[in-house]
Ligand binder design. Structure first.
Ligand SMILES: [Zn+2]
Ligand SMILES: [Zn+2]
Length: 177
Protein backbone atom coordinates (compact mmCIF):
# COMPACT_ATOMS: atom_id res chain seq x y z
CA UNK A 1 0.00 0.00 0.00
CA UNK A 2 1.52 3.27 -1.14
CA UNK A 3 1.08 6.28 1.14
CA UNK A 4 1.30 9.12 -1.35
CA UNK A 5 2.25 12.63 -0.29
CA UNK A 6 -0.24 14.08 -2.77
CA UNK A 7 -3.09 12.17 -1.15
CA UNK A 8 -1.83 13.01 2.33
CA UNK A 9 -1.89 16.70 1.42
CA UNK A 10 -5.67 16.37 1.04
CA UNK A 11 -6.38 14.19 4.06
CA UNK A 12 -4.94 11.59 6.40
CA UNK A 13 -4.94 7.96 5.24
CA UNK A 14 -6.24 5.24 7.54
CA UNK A 15 -5.19 1.67 6.87
CA UNK A 16 -6.32 -1.74 8.00
CA UNK A 17 -4.38 -4.18 5.85
CA UNK A 18 -3.44 -7.81 5.73
CA UNK A 19 -0.28 -8.91 3.92
CA UNK A 20 0.07 -12.55 2.97
CA UNK A 21 3.43 -14.31 3.43
CA UNK A 22 5.69 -13.19 0.60
CA UNK A 23 4.28 -9.66 0.37
CA UNK A 24 7.03 -8.32 2.62
CA UNK A 25 10.69 -8.25 1.61
CA UNK A 26 12.12 -10.25 4.48
CA UNK A 27 14.59 -12.13 2.31
CA UNK A 28 18.13 -11.82 3.60
CA UNK A 29 17.03 -11.36 7.20
CA UNK A 30 16.77 -15.09 7.86
CA UNK A 31 13.08 -14.66 8.70
CA UNK A 32 10.13 -16.50 7.20
CA UNK A 33 6.69 -14.98 7.52
CA UNK A 34 4.28 -17.77 8.48
CA UNK A 35 1.03 -15.89 9.10
CA UNK A 36 -0.52 -12.93 7.31
CA UNK A 37 0.79 -9.65 8.71
CA UNK A 38 -2.08 -7.44 9.80
CA UNK A 39 -1.57 -3.71 10.32
CA UNK A 40 -3.89 -0.93 11.40
CA UNK A 41 -3.12 2.75 11.70
CA UNK A 42 -3.11 6.25 10.29
CA UNK A 43 -0.67 8.19 8.14
CA UNK A 44 -0.77 11.98 8.08
CA UNK A 45 1.24 14.84 6.70
CA UNK A 46 2.39 17.19 9.43
CA UNK A 47 1.73 20.83 8.52
CA UNK A 48 4.64 23.30 8.30
CA UNK A 49 7.34 20.66 8.51
CA UNK A 50 8.48 20.60 4.90
CA UNK A 51 6.71 17.35 4.17
CA UNK A 52 7.10 15.30 7.32
CA UNK A 53 4.87 12.23 7.46
CA UNK A 54 3.77 10.58 10.68
CA UNK A 55 2.67 6.95 10.60
CA UNK A 56 1.21 5.46 13.75
CA UNK A 57 -0.42 2.13 14.31
CA UNK A 58 0.11 -1.47 15.27
CA UNK A 59 0.82 -4.78 13.57
CA UNK A 60 0.69 -8.50 14.28
CA UNK A 61 2.55 -11.35 12.61
CA UNK A 62 4.28 -14.62 13.37
CA UNK A 63 7.69 -15.18 11.83
CA UNK A 64 10.05 -18.11 11.93
CA UNK A 65 13.84 -18.21 12.04
CA UNK A 66 16.50 -20.88 12.54
CA UNK A 67 17.30 -21.28 16.23
CA UNK A 68 20.75 -19.85 17.03
CA UNK A 69 21.58 -22.91 19.12
CA UNK A 70 20.01 -25.98 17.53
CA UNK A 71 19.17 -24.64 14.02
CA UNK A 72 15.61 -25.93 14.41
CA UNK A 73 12.62 -23.69 13.69
CA UNK A 74 12.10 -20.87 16.20
CA UNK A 75 8.80 -18.99 16.07
CA UNK A 76 8.18 -15.44 17.18
CA UNK A 77 4.78 -13.85 17.61
CA UNK A 78 5.18 -10.11 17.11
CA UNK A 79 2.44 -7.75 18.24
CA UNK A 80 3.59 -4.18 18.54
CA UNK A 81 2.80 -0.49 18.18
CA UNK A 82 4.72 2.11 16.23
CA UNK A 83 4.74 5.88 15.91
CA UNK A 84 7.14 6.97 13.20
CA UNK A 85 8.23 10.18 11.53
CA UNK A 86 9.61 10.42 8.03
CA UNK A 87 10.88 13.44 6.20
CA UNK A 88 11.84 13.91 2.56
CA UNK A 89 15.34 12.67 1.80
CA UNK A 90 16.36 15.88 0.06
CA UNK A 91 14.80 18.54 2.25
CA UNK A 92 16.05 22.08 1.70
CA UNK A 93 18.77 22.98 4.19
CA UNK A 94 16.75 25.50 6.19
CA UNK A 95 13.99 23.00 6.82
CA UNK A 96 16.49 20.41 7.98
CA UNK A 97 17.58 22.72 10.76
CA UNK A 98 14.02 22.86 12.05
CA UNK A 99 14.00 19.16 12.92
CA UNK A 100 13.10 18.80 16.55
CA UNK A 101 16.10 17.05 18.07
CA UNK A 102 13.93 15.78 20.89
CA UNK A 103 11.62 13.88 18.58
CA UNK A 104 12.18 10.14 18.44
CA UNK A 105 13.87 8.68 15.41
CA UNK A 106 13.18 10.33 12.09
CA UNK A 107 13.36 8.26 8.96
CA UNK A 108 13.59 9.48 5.40
CA UNK A 109 11.58 8.90 2.28
CA UNK A 110 12.37 9.46 -1.35
CA UNK A 111 10.04 10.61 -4.08
CA UNK A 112 6.26 10.65 -3.91
CA UNK A 113 5.69 8.88 -0.63
CA UNK A 114 6.21 5.78 1.47
CA UNK A 115 5.43 2.14 0.87
CA UNK A 116 3.66 0.80 3.97
CA UNK A 117 5.15 -2.66 3.35
CA UNK A 118 8.65 -1.22 3.76
CA UNK A 119 7.74 0.49 7.01
CA UNK A 120 6.32 -2.74 8.40
CA UNK A 121 9.30 -4.77 7.26
CA UNK A 122 11.59 -2.46 9.19
CA UNK A 123 9.39 -2.76 12.28
CA UNK A 124 9.48 -6.55 12.12
CA UNK A 125 13.29 -6.56 11.93
CA UNK A 126 13.56 -4.10 14.83
CA UNK A 127 11.21 -6.15 16.98
CA UNK A 128 13.22 -9.35 16.66
CA UNK A 129 15.24 -10.34 19.73
CA UNK A 130 19.04 -10.37 19.43
CA UNK A 131 19.09 -14.05 20.27
CA UNK A 132 16.74 -16.16 18.21
CA UNK A 133 16.14 -19.35 20.17
CA UNK A 134 13.40 -21.92 19.71
CA UNK A 135 12.66 -22.13 23.43
CA UNK A 136 14.02 -21.00 26.76
CA UNK A 137 16.81 -23.38 27.64
CA UNK A 138 17.30 -24.87 24.17
CA UNK A 139 20.16 -27.32 24.65
CA UNK A 140 21.57 -26.74 21.18
CA UNK A 141 23.79 -28.99 19.14
CA UNK A 142 26.42 -31.19 20.76
CA UNK A 143 29.85 -29.75 19.90
CA UNK A 144 31.36 -33.24 19.85
CA UNK A 145 28.98 -35.31 17.74
CA UNK A 146 26.59 -32.75 16.22
CA UNK A 147 23.40 -34.30 17.64
CA UNK A 148 20.45 -32.07 18.52
CA UNK A 149 20.54 -32.31 22.30
CA UNK A 150 16.84 -31.37 22.58
CA UNK A 151 15.95 -34.56 20.73
CA UNK A 152 18.55 -37.08 21.80
CA UNK A 153 20.86 -37.62 24.69
CA UNK A 154 23.91 -38.43 22.62
CA UNK A 155 25.88 -39.56 25.66
CA UNK A 156 28.92 -37.40 24.98
CA UNK A 157 30.78 -36.38 28.10
CA UNK A 158 29.33 -33.19 29.58
CA UNK A 159 31.95 -30.48 29.83
CA UNK A 160 33.42 -31.30 26.46
CA UNK A 161 32.59 -27.81 25.31
CA UNK A 162 34.44 -26.22 28.23
CA UNK A 163 37.49 -28.34 27.51
CA UNK A 164 37.55 -27.11 23.95
CA UNK A 165 37.40 -23.53 25.11
CA UNK A 166 40.14 -24.14 27.64
CA UNK A 167 42.54 -25.62 25.13
CA UNK A 168 41.88 -22.69 22.81
CA UNK A 169 42.87 -20.37 25.65
CA UNK A 170 46.06 -22.33 26.31
CA UNK A 171 46.95 -22.02 22.66
CA UNK A 172 46.46 -18.30 22.89
CA UNK A 173 48.80 -18.04 25.87
CA UNK A 174 51.50 -20.02 24.12
CA UNK A 175 51.27 -17.77 21.11
CA UNK A 176 51.65 -14.68 23.27
CA UNK A 177 54.91 -15.62 25.00
ZN1 LIG B 1 16.85 -24.46 19.57
ZN1 LIG C 1 27.32 -35.67 21.37
Amino acid sequence: MFLSVKQLEIRKISFDESFEPGALELAGSGLRQITPLTAQGVARLLPHTGGQIRIAGSYQVTVEADCDRCLGPAQFRLDDHFDLFYQPQFAPAEEEIEIDEGAAEIGFYEGEGILLEEVLCEQVLLAMPMQRVCRQGCRGICPSCGANRNETDCGCRPGGEEETRWSALKHFRVAEH
